[in-house]
Write a new protein. Structure first.
Length: 170
């Protein structure tokens, strides 16, 4: 890779790392898996940087790589994980604890969604992509994005409404 291409890639990574990590975390539900997933996606982007950089949207290209890498990890045989409902004990203010509980509840609800529905919710509502952009990223039709989003939101609503009010309020 040329020195200028190397610098361009490094700048791209510095500017996108946090955003890619957020997407990966929401897709996986685990910080360590999210780091691995992000690094894998960026390694693949590095290998084909000349193509990524020339694309209409390098961000969309790398997002698609990230989602593909997440899909690929399910194809490999691995040790099953067990997500917990309760975050580790940390000294914090009551408001911080309430926010952490709400985030943990939302992360748990997201983790309970099927893979494609979770990807649609993360890309559509967290990343604020259009339905067409989500469809392009996932390699499906806009209609599929709409139906998967509707099903996912319905499941999330039912899960979050089933939680007692005391568990979600400070």
């Amino acid at each position: 890779m040329k020195a200028q291409d190397e610098e361009d890639f490094q700048e791209f990574v510095r500017g996108r790392w946090a955003k890619l990590m957020r997407i990966a975390y929401l897709l996986t539900g685990d910080r360590h898996l999210a780091e691995d997933l992000t690094q894998t996606a960026l390694a693949k982007a590095y290998r084909s940087w000349h193509r990524v950089r020339r694309s209409d949207s390098p961000d969309a290209y790398v997002r698609k790589i990230l989602v593909s890498c997440d899909r690929d990890r399910f194809r490999k045989r691995r040790v099953p994980e067990h997500l917990t409902d309760v975050p580790p004990d940390v000294a914090a203010t009551q408001d911080d604890m309430a926010r952490a509980d709400q985030r943990a509840l939302l992360a748990s609800a997201l983790a309970g969604l099927p893979r494609r529905q979770r990807a649609v919710v993360v890309l559509r509502y967290w990343e604020d992509l259009s339905e067409a952009e989500v469809a392009q990223t996932l390699g499906c039709s806009v209609g599929t994005v709409k139906s998967q989003a509707a099903k996912a939101l319905s499941k999330l609503r039912s899960v979050l409404q089933a939680v007692p009010a005391a568990a979600t309020s400070p």
